[in-house]
Write a protein that binds this ligand. Structure first.
Ligand code: ADP
Length: 854
């Protein structure tokens, strides 16, 4: 018995402390409880146990405080029942009834007198032993020691058991965790046989969602993984697996499988060979993931990428084929993103590799005065700064080849899906030719207006010369042929005042001559345009007559010249010269060409025509003046013999009866005389009209205003014309008010009524004629209405002009002066005259006169 002797060694497993030192830990030290009726008895017992050095509690029965001492550390309760067995039994019973003491062994110490029945009462309480007097301290100590040893072993065993339970629980937890993890891994975890057809001995639950087969299907070999591999991929997989197994290295595979339902899936596998102690491959372990969505996304990404690439290519092709230039820059940096060949073509240089807006200053846009654009002035820079488009701007571009082009630019922002400025794009085209044509047209139109607006040709031409700068050059000069055959510089214009002076000085001291080989003189002499696209110094040297002349010529800075003749009606009477000069205004071209020549010749033609027209007009004016003077003199001279002729005819008419002395005069004689008188009257009427016309032209139509009655004048003239009207078959109706008084020139008023009435009879087609005089407020109105041939609308305004007629003179006589004189008289009296007529339906002439005039 190893436990009976205090020095007997403990079995290794039990003697080991949890820390593994081999000593029994203090935590396993067992205590004793001594319970008896007398403390001195207990003290005696304690002495027996001193060698054991156990923690010891002593108590006299019975106290409630005993309950607090009952715990697992008690190896034994020693009940001293030597004084009273019954008390001892009772104490033990009570103690053992306590829940903490149920399994604690009890050692009774009894008196010698204890019989068998007493002992049986004791043993019936449970794990009980008894020692009766006489008490052997050694036996007592040995028994206690056994209890102590037993207790210690139990404690150790209990602890070991607890640890085993804990380990088991931990193992269970790990297993649960592993299973949860495997269950939640987004792919299938497997263990399989390292050869085709790759049978699986383990497959996680994900096998189901991945392949449609359950883990059991694989485990129980109803299906092998290799059977699922897509036939097109299986050869590759075999090769890759063989390689991995040969080199014992982990493998990564991507391939397709067919699921139980026949779907195709892409999987990604990562695994490794598991080696046995003999370094042989025992198994394969790894993961297989479904990467179908990923592959699809990848495919989609590739498709989108291809599409993007295609669109990019398409954009590039479109960009390159656009007839306009395009330049796209990144926002906000301003870095160039894209442009087309047209852009480089228009700018005349390769696109600058700008990485920021500041670098735009390297481009060559200029202001009309030649200043270069600042970086931030460029349309693209402004779009980047403001996010606002800059539509339809014109921009001058100074190309490296020296020409200045006009670009029409549209620039605008490109926003991304989040509403942020992504880029800016500018499209531009070269409108130089258009602009030049427009400028030329505007220039021509305005010059034509100037030419048409004045008959003073010298002033007009000077004006044209001023307008030609800068439209057609930096300088312009006009030379005209003088009556003596010399040339006179009529006008000079120049953008540079200093050079204008030089040009004037040249004209003063070295005027062109008709015999010159080149220059304005030669152009006028030959009538042919002279175009010098490039005026070289050599040319100037040849042209100059002396050193001073050459100095002045060089001072003009002329680089190109164009001289066109002013020519009209087979006569060249001047030349217009245009110049481009060094340091002049920025231009698309600094040398004259066919286009400028056409424009200049057009301008010269118009100017020459205007000059010719002005001359013709002046000549016509002079002719009219001479005619009027002649008419005035002629009518006056012709009228002079008419008065005595009239008197003679009157006396002849009176004397005829007397000459025939009672005999009736021959009827024909009287008829001839009457006819002569009528013709004389007609002749004098015509001469009066001519005389009036010249008076009106000279503004000498004097009025003799008196109190006059329009109605009375109308009545008299109508009565006088009644026979004539009757002869023409027209009935004359005089209507209106009896008195229409006013202050007018009576004779002139008679003339007005006479003219209107005679016209009504002449053009009245023998139909009735109505005449009427009436008053309306301060106005007197005279209306003469016929129902004759009428007047076309076109002629209605014209017939009031001098010598204007609306009928052919073969059918109707007349000079076309009646209405002209009538209107002049009416207007001189402050009135108006108008006609209302329709061809074939007659005419109504209405005269309105103020009744009083000052
Ligand atoms: P004329 O002496 O030729 O009649 P007028 O100046 O009196 O000159 O008239 C100008 C023209 O107006 C005439 O030639 C005729 O064509 C037209 N005219 C004038 N009065 C009438 C009218 N009453 N009816 C139609 N035509 C008329």
């Amino acid at each position: 018995m190893w436990g009976t002797h205090p020095e007997s060694p403990l079995p290794p497993a039990l003697a080991r402390k949890p820390g593994g030192t081999g000593e029994v830990s203090e935590e396993t030290a067992s205590a004793l409880l001594l319970v008896g009726e007398q403390m001195e008895d207990l003290a005696g017992l304690e002495e027996f146990l001193v060698p054991l050095e156990p923690p010891l509690h002593k108590a006299v029965p019975w106290g409630e405080e005993l309950g607090a001492l009952l715990d697992e550390s008690l190896a034994c309760i020693i009940v001293d029942a030597r004084r009273s067995w019954t008390v001892g039994i009772e104490t033990a019973r009570r103690l053992l009834a306590h829940p903490h003491a149920r399994y604690i062994p009890v050692l009774f110490l009894g008196a010698r007198s204890c019989g068998e029945a007493d002992l049986l009462r004791g043993y019936s309480l449970g794990t009980v032993d008894c020692i009766l007097e006489p008490l052997s301290p050694d036996i007592f100590r040995l028994k206690v020691e056994i209890y102590l040893e037993q207790h210690r072993r139990q404690t150790l065993m209990r602890r070991a058991l607890e640890r085993a339970e804990q380990a088991e629980a931990a193992a269970r937890e790990s297993e649960r965790m592993l299973s949860t993890l495997l269950g939640n891994v987004p792919g299938m975890v497997y263990r399989g046989i390292p050869e085709e057809p790759w049978t699986l001995s383990y497959a996680s639950q994900a096998a189901r969602s991945l392949s449609g087969y359950t883990p059991e299907d694989f485990r129980e070999r109803r299906v092998a993984w290799g059977e699922l591999i897509h036939p097109e991929d299986s050869a590759r997989i075999r090769k890759e697996m063989t390689e991995a197994l040969t080199t014992r290295s982990p493998f990564t595979l991507t391939y397709r499988i067919r699921t139980r339902r026949g779907e195709e899936r892409w999987v990604w596998e990562r695994g490794a060979a598991i080696l046995g102690p003999d370094e042989e491959v025992r198994a394969l372990e790894g993961f297989i993931f479904d990467i179908t969505p990923f592959r699809q996304a990848q495919r989609e990404r590739e498709r989108l990428h291809e599409q993007l690439e295609f669109q990019h290519q398409r954009l590039q092709v479109i960009l390159q084929q656009l007839p306009v230039a395009v330049h796209i820059v990144e926002a906000p940096s301003g870095r160039t993103l894209n442009f087309n060949a047209q852009a480089e073509l228009l700018m005349g240089h390769p696109m600058l590799p700008c990485t920021c807006v500041k670098e735009y200053a390297q481009y060559h846009a200029i202001h009309p005065d030649g200043r270069r654009f600042a970086a931030e002035e460029y349309p693209l820079a402004r779009v980047l700064a403001t996010g606002k488009p800059t539509p339809q701007e014109e921009l001058l571009y100074d190309r490296p080849d020296g020409s200045v082009r006009v670009f029409l630019i549209n620039a605008g922002p490109i926003w991304d899906a989040r509403g942020e400025l992504h880029a800016a794009v500018a499209s531009f085209m070269d409108i130089t030719a258009l602009k030049r044509a427009e400028t030329h047209q505007t220039f021509l139109a305005s010059v034509s207006e100037t030419l048409a607006g004045s008959l003073d040709y010298e002033a007009t031409l000077s004006h044209v010369v001023q307008r030609a700068v800068p439209a057609l050059g930096d300088g312009c000069a006009l030379d005209m042929v003088e009556p003596d055959g010399g040339l006179r510089r009529l006008a000079v214009a120049h953008v540079d005042p200093v050079r204008r002076e030089i040009a004037r000085e040249l004209a003063r001291h070295h005027p062109s001559r008709l015999e010159d080989a080149t220059g304005p003189g030669a152009v006028i002499r030959t009538g042919r345009t002279e175009l010098l696209a490039e005026v070289t110094d050599e040319l100037l040297v040849r042209y100059a007559s002396d050193a001073r002349h050459l100095e002045l010529l060089r001072g003009t800075g002329v680089t190109s010249s164009l001289i066109v003749p002013l020519h009209a009606r087979d006569r060249t009477f001047g030349a217009l010269a245009f110049f481009y000069c060094r340091g002049g205004l920025p231009r698309a071209s600094r040398s004259y060409g066919p286009e400028e020549q056409r424009l200049a010749e057009d301008l010269a033609r118009r100017a020459a025509l205007a000059v010719d027209n002005a001359r013709l007009y002046r000549e016509a004016q002079r002719a009219v003046r001479l005619r009027d003077e002649f008419l005035s003199v002629a009518s006056h001279e012709l009228k002079t013999p008419l008065t005595p002729l009239n008197l003679k005819l009157t006396s002849l008419s009176r004397e005829i009866p007397r000459c025939c002395a009672g005999e009736s005069p021959p009827e024909s004689l009287q008829r001839h005389v009457d006819m002569a008188r009528r013709q004389l009257w007609k002749l004098s009427t015509l001469l009066n009209a001519l005389f009036d016309v010249s008076r009106i032209a000279q503004g000498k139509l004097a009025l003799d205003v008196t109190d006059t009655d329009l109605s009375e004048v109308l009545g008299e003239v109508a009565a006088w014309f009644a026979p004539e009207a009757a002869r023409m078959g027209s009935k004359l109706w005089v209507e209106g008010e009896t008195h229409v008084p006013g202050r007018w020139d009576r004779l002139r008023l008679e003339q007005v009524v006479t003219n209107l009435l005679s016209n009504a009879i002449r053009y009245g087609a023998g139909r009735p004629i109505h005449v009427r005089a009436e008053t309306e407020g301060h106005l007197a109105r005279l209306v003469v209405r016929d129902e004759g041939i009428g007047i076309s609308p076109e002629a209605q305004e014209r017939i009031f002009g001098k010598f204007e007629r609306a009928v052919s003179e073969r059918h109707y006589g007349g000079l076309g002066l009646g209405l002209y004189i009538t209107r002049s008289i009416v207007e001189a009296m402050g009135g108006t005259i108008r006609v209302d007529s329709r061809p074939g339906q007659g005419s109504t002439f209405t005269v309105e006169l103020p009744c009083r005039q000052e």
